[in-house]
Ligand binder design. Structure first.
Ligand SMILES: [Zn+2]
Length: 228
C-alpha cells in the first residue's frame, strides 16, 4: 500500500500526530507497542488509543503476549493489514462523506437557533416548541449563522473525497495485480497439465511397443518349436 495514502488515512482516523506510526509499521510485522510509543514520543496509553482506532477500521491487527517481566501484563505487537482492508475502510468513508453532505444540505435549507449562554443549538421545530426561549436558562434564542459551519463541512467533504479517490485507485491497482497473479497461476497450471498429458501419452506409447515386442516373441516361440 502507498505510504502517503496510509498517512492520510491515519490522520483522518486518529490525528496528524499519529502518522509517524505508518513509517514504523510499514513493511514490518508484529512491532512492539513500547517501541512505537518510544519512537513517537508518546505514552503507551496514547499509543494504544491510536492503534485501537486504526484497528477498529481494520487497518492494523495485533498479536499479544504475556510479559512476565511486566507483571504478567500483555504486550501488543502490531502489523499493518494488507490492501484488502481498504475495501472495508472505503465503505465507512463513503458513509461518512454522505453524512457530512446531508448535514451541509440541512444547514443550507433549515434555520437553526442557539442560546448565547449555554451555546446549545436548537432546530427550528424545537425552538418554536420552547417559544424561542432556552429551556435551560430562559434566555431568548438567537438565529444561528450557519455559513461558517457549512464551509467547514464542505471543506471536510473535499478532504475526504481526495482520500476516497486515492483509495479507489489503490484498490484498483491491488485487484489488477491479483488478476495478473491469477492469470499466471492459471497458465502455470495449464502448462503442468499439458506436460502431464504428454508424459502419459509417451508412457502409453512405450508400453505399447513393449507389449508388441513381447507378443512377437511369444508368437515366434511356438513356431520355432513346430520346426524343430
Ligand atoms: Zn440557555
Amino acid at each position: 500500500m502507498q505510504v502517503d495514502l496510509l498517512k492520510d488515512i491515519v490522520a483522518s482516523v486518529a490525528s496528524k500526530n499519529a502518522v509517524g506510526i505508518v513509517d514504523l509499521l510499514h513493511g514490518k510485522k508484529n512491532v512492539n507497542e513500547f517501541l512505537i510509543a518510544k519512537k513517537l514520543n508518546l505514552t503507551i496509553n496514547q499509543t494504544r488509543n491510536i492503534l485501537y482506532k486504526l484497528s477498529d477500521e481494520g487497518l492494523v491487527s495485533f498479536i499479544r503476549k504475556k510479559d512476565s517481566k511486566k507483571g504478567g501484563w500483555y504486550t501488543y505487537f502490531w502489523t499493518l493489514n494488507s490492501g484488502k482492508s481498504l475495501v472495508k475502510f472505503r465503505e465507512k468513508l463513503l458513509k461518512n462523506i454522505e453524512d457530512l453532505k446531508s448535514q451541509a444540505a440541512t444547514r443550507k435549507t433549515k434555520q437553526f437557533f442557539f442560546c448565547p449562554n449555554c451555546t446549545i443549538e436548537y432546530t427550528e421545530e424545537n425552538a418554536l416548541l420552547h417559544d424561542y426561549t432556552c429551556p435551560e436558562c430562559g434566555e431568548i434564542l438567537q438565529v444561528k449563522e450557519s455559513s461558517a459551519d457549512i464551509a467547514g463541512l464542505e471543506k471536510e467533504v473535499s478532504r475526504l473525497e481526495v482520500i476516497l479517490h486515492n483509495i479507489n485507485e489503490e484498490i484498483g491497482t491491488i485487484s489488477k495485480k491479483e488478476e495478473q497473479a491469477r492469470g499466471r497461476r492459471f497458465k502455470a497450471e495449464a502448462k503442468k497439465k499439458e506436460e502431464e498429458r504428454l508424459a502419459r501419452k509417451k508412457e502409453r506409447a512405450r508400453l505399447k511397443i513393449k507389449e508388441e515386442k513381447a507378443s512377437k516373441k511369444v508368437a515366434k516361440k511356438p513356431s520355432k518349436k513346430k520346426r524343430s
